[in-house]
Design a protein around this ligand. Sequence first.
Ligand code: FAD
Ligand code: SF4
Length: 350
Amino acid sequence: MSDAVLVVGAGPTGLAAAAGVASVGRKVILVEKENVLGGAPILSGYAKLVPSGEWAKDAMGRMVKRVADSKLVTIHKGTKVTKVEGGPGNFACTLANGQTVNAGAIILGTGFTHFDSINKPEWGFGTFEDVVTTTQMEQMVAAGKIACPSDGRTPERVAILLCVGSRDRQIGREWCSKICCTVSTNLAMEIKELSPSTDVFIYYMDIRTFGLYEDKFYWKSQEEFRTKFVKARIAEVTRSPDGRLLVKGEDTLVKRPIVIPFDIVVHAIGMDPNELNPEIARVFGVGLEKHGYIERGEQYTSTFSSTRPGIYVGGSALGPEDIDTSISHGLAMAMRAVGDLAAMGARAAA
Ligand SMILES: Cc1cc2nc3c(=O)[nH]c(=O)nc-3n(C[C@H](O)[C@H](O)[C@H](O)COP(=O)(O)OP(=O)(O)OC[C@H]3O[C@@H](n4cnc5c(N)ncnc54)[C@H](O)[C@@H]3O)c2cc1C
Ligand code: SF4
């Protein structure tokens, strides 16, 4: 029987799981396919995180350091697991770099893929330079200057379009991505802070700033930062003769067509299943649910189980999730893995 736990993915979920397993004195093997640890907040260059307001690089930096500093954690970067043999208590895993590692349990924190706005061509991304995604806008905020990508001018008006690649049955994405309303209301405030002359409009179907985020983000953005909220169905984004962007749609409160010119249009992109999930399902022998996220096993007495015994799954690998929840999943999976291994060890010794 192997004492170690294999954690796959070094985003918020995997880093929390690795730290949790190490905190009770167990060995961790952490495998991350990229050469950088920290997951989406680092790989996509997020600015300040909601709800903490901390810079992503600082918050994730602390999570990475805690794991990297632990003598119990062995990190394999820039590689993936290609083969898994054995079962609970005794998995033998082959890595793409040729090494073999043994683990008693496996934790999947393999996360999500950002929606590619190219799949929503009528909203202008890929056609007009000044149509960007929330991650690109966050990178602009992190660099400290709000400017039109096409010519560097300060935008008079910015539109943030919500639910891009979420809640959209036409393109096979029926889920709500959960965090983008809060991220977008926060982004509107950050834009206003950096560029006080810019007016920010948010186009929405519904606002889902869940739980305590309602006043901290939705109301604050509206009342203190004068963000304008437009309840609308958007038809298309085109270019006017003077080079500005035109957002065309229907104001669904007054039931009238509206066309408003903007200088920058931001797509609030959603959280797709990890594009590698078919490969992950094959290599680890776990199921996928109907949208392509990793399937849960029994939820109430075997929480965070996958459909294969001894392999646990949590965070945004299960569906759209925020960082706080992903961290909780990571810690809960550590508890499950360590607890199940201890029970197995006790049975073997009896
Ligand atoms: C635009 C945007 C902004 C956001 N901003 C916030 C915010 O401010 N606050 C907040 O709470 N949430 C935010 N979120 C959500 C946040 O990104 C997720 O909650 C978080 O990243 C989930 O962490 P995770 O570890 O589950 O997944 P990820 O962050 O996706 O990490 C998964 C890791 O696994 C690795 N991996 C994937 N497949 C494999 C494989 N086969 N083998 C090895 N490694 C693999 C990946 O490279 C990655 O490092 C935002 C989301 C979006 C779309
Ligand atoms: S959180 Fe808001 S923007 Fe994101 S999919 Fe849900 S309703 Fe749309």
